[in-house]
Design a protein around this ligand. Structure first.
Ligand code: 6R9
Length: 651
């Protein structure tokens, strides 16, 4: 086996072919692409065979109601049965499903048999609370096993879950609970964050309100004890998990649901203020989750130890911690905390201890590791690793090479996976064992998936030139709409290339000279901070919500570690005194409470005016130039070019 040393130089090796040893045992072979090319729908029907269906589907795809697809029409299945019970029935009950590692250092190993019992107990509890298929449940929890159990219990009962990232504020939780009309919120007393127990149930109480301001849909709150923090209690509404789920029966016979039964909603940022509830359904979603997890990660059940470090509050946690890996009988790590608690060795200790073989992280974490220095990973035996993944944003070639050399010892293929909340599962990625990878490129659509890079007129762009990434064929894991707003669904994704019937992803991309795809980042007003999608307008409306602010403009400026950092420019209301640092910290706090600490601007500058076009649009491009300290681009469409000079002088 050859190993090359990590290098941060740009002395480029253009591409990295797979090693013969990897190829010899790889799940994917050249026949995969050939089969998809020969008959795409037959290919997907075959992939659906990874699941256990209670009733076979009659038709693979019904696209007659485009842009709303129906996949595996007439098929029936139970998603939780596919993720848990069937593995127990096949004799793998004793296999560890989850090696859970708590932030304070506690840990739990949960086998598939134990997971089945827990999911059944939780399902019995939800049923006893009067919840039925089609109802919505909000899950607002840190990375504890009960979060996964809750998601699976909902899936088992045909209840649509809406996981809300536990870093989101009470206000953000409330708007999601109201939009989905959730009847139940599942949470914890608190969460461990950087060595501290921080309250969480408290935020739920605040979100749900009382009296006239009470969240009208919510009947109960189910609370897992995690930190032992004191909580306030609303009798009749609040229930302890250990006193309900803990005492419920572990026997539960599951029903099957239609392939198109809604499995979950997941709210994500769009170009306008209000987050969109992305709707995913059951059969197609799970098929794509299982298919991609099997081939992209070359996953071998019973052999690999898999670790996706995402949070279940994001789509990566849904598809590559819960549904894909569990459908494929993975043994995986679920880690509660941050990578530097108690210190920067944490991830590498976990890899060493559990012999992690597949490691899936975001580029921002790679860059953070780079900043901490290679001595930290070098102090550990990482030889169990055999495949590395990247997701969430474009990975810069320098970070890619470091990841490959230092973490992967030069021997592990890297899969740079492009996909979105809306796509449900991975769309573009190298196939390990087949693809010669290039640092920074997601390479090509997976077999069965089709994309194009086109210009405004829907023409293929010449190689080397930037265009827009579109998906020109429906795929099984695709979103089925935006909850409660199908017009917005059509408008956001399908109006740009309405004539062609293509899905507009919102990302810029280019083909290189070999025809491989490079995704270049968002072309809309969505920022990407540490792989989290945050819309400029959401942050702007939070800032304008402060009594001192008249107007705000927010841009994502490139940031060495987080990809982008949020930079805000605000105009104060007439007569308001600028209190300097006090005001800036108030504004930051305002964004934290309205949205989340992750949306807090890195910098806020008070300015007298914002650069605007004659049609009244704020020129974000110029603000980005200012924020990144660049020469200004074209200012000719500005009403008053002097405004920009004034902005510069302020910083
Ligand atoms: C899975 C996830 C989606 C947006 C997407 C794009 C960016 C994700 C990427 C990538 C370049 C990759 N993105 N993976 N850009 N290369 N490998 O992250 O979903 O949170 O919805 O974000 O993230 O801009 O449009 P989501």
């Amino acid at each position: 086996m050859t190993t090359d040393v990590g290098t941060t130089s740009n002395s480029a090796q253009a591409s990295y072919p797979p090693s013969a040893a990897f190829t010899a045992t790889a799940n994917a072979g050249p026949e995969l692409q050939a089969a998809a090319d020969a008959d795409r729908l037959a290919f997907w029907a075959e992939q659906a065979g990874r699941l256990d269906w209670d009733r076979d589907f009659d038709e693979v795809l019904d696209w007659s109601g485009a842009p709303v697809a129906k996949w595996f029409v007439g098929g029936k299945l139970n998603v939780a049965y596919n993720c848990v019970d069937r593995h127990v029935e096949a004799g793998h009950g004793d296999q560890v499903a989850i090696h859970w590692v708590g932030e304070p250092g506690d840990s739990r190993d949960i086998t598939y048999a134990q997971l089945k019992d827990e999911v059944c107990r939780a399902a019995n509890t939800l049923t006893a609370l009067g919840l039925k298929a089609g109802d919505r449940v909000a899950i607002y929890m840190p990375m504890v096993p009960e979060a996964i159990v809750s998601m699976l219990a909902c899936a088992r009962l045909g209840i649509t879950h809406s996981v809300v990232f536990a870093g989101f504020s009470a206000a953000a939780l409330r708007s999601r609970v109201d939009d989905a009309e959730a009847k139940l919120v599942i949470t914890t007393d608190g969460q461990w964050r950087r060595g501290q127990a921080a309250p969480l149930k408290f935020a739920v109480d605040e979100a749900l309100g009382s009296g006239a301001d009470r969240a009208p849909s919510v009947e109960h709150v189910l609370v897992v004890r995690r930190t032992g923090l004191d909580v306030e209690w609303t009798t009749g509404r609040d229930l302890w998990w250990d006193e309900t789920v803990g005492t419920a029966s572990p026997e539960h016979a599951c029903e099957s649901f239609d392939a198109e039964h809604p499995l979950f909603l997941l709210y994500t940022s769009g170009t306008t203020g209000k987050p969109k509830g992305i709707v995913h359904t059951s059969g197609g979603y799970l098929t794509q989750a299982a298919y991609t997890h099997h081939y992209v990660f070359d996953h071998k059940p019973g052999q690999d130890v898999y670790w996706c470090t995402a949070d279940i509050g994001w789509v990566t946690g849904h598809t590559y911690i819960v549904y894909g890996p569990l459908a494929n009988r993975a043994t995986q790590i679920v880690y509660e905390g941050t990578p530097n608690t108690p210190d920067e060795h944490r991830h590498f200790e976990v890899i060493e201890k559990y012999k992690v073989s597949i490691y899936y992280i975001a580029p921002t974490l790679v860059r953070t590791f780079m900043k901490w220095g290679r001595d930290i990973p070098d102090a550990h035996d990482l030889s169990s690793l055999r495949l590395l993944g990247s997701v969430g944003e474009p990975i810069n070639p320098e970070a890619w090479r470091w990841y490959r050399g230092v973490i992967g010892g030069g021997r592990c293929p890297i899969v740079d996976t492009w996909w979105q909340t809306e796509t449900g599962g991975i769309m573009l990625s190298p196939l390990p064992g087949i693809t010669a990878t290039k640092p920074g490129s997601a390479m090509a659509p997976l077999p069965g998936i089709s994309c194009k890079v086109v210009d405004d007129n829907a023409r293929d762009v010449p190689h080397g030139e930037q265009g827009y990434l579109v998906l020109d064929q429906p795929w099984p894991g695709m979103l089925r709409g935006i909850w409660g707003d199908m017009d917005r669904y059509r408008e956001t994704y399908w109006s740009r290339y309405a004539e062609q019937g293509w899905y507009f992803a919102g990302d810029g991309a280019k083909y290189d000279e070999d025809g491989d795809v490079w995704v270049l980042g968002r072309v809309d007003d969505v920022m990407n901070v540490s792989g989290h999608r945050i819309s400029t307008s959401e942050v702007e409306s939070a800032l304008v919500g402060h009594p001192a602010v008249a107007e705000a403009a927010v841009v994502g400026a490139s940031d060495e570690t987080t990809g982008q950092g949020i930079v805000a420019f605000v105009i104060l209301l007439e007569g308001v005194e600028n209190t300097g640092d006090t005001l800036i910290s108030e504004l930051k706090a305002q964004v934290s409470t309205d949205i989340s600490p992750i949306a807090k601007p890195r910098e806020i500058t008070v300015v007298p005016e914002l650069p605007k076009t004659r049609s009244g649009k704020i020129m974000r491009r110029l603000l980005r130039d200012v924020a990144e300290g660049r020469e200004l681009g074209d200012t000719s469409t500005l009403v008053d070019p002097a405004v920009v000079e004034a902005l510069r002088a302020k910083r």
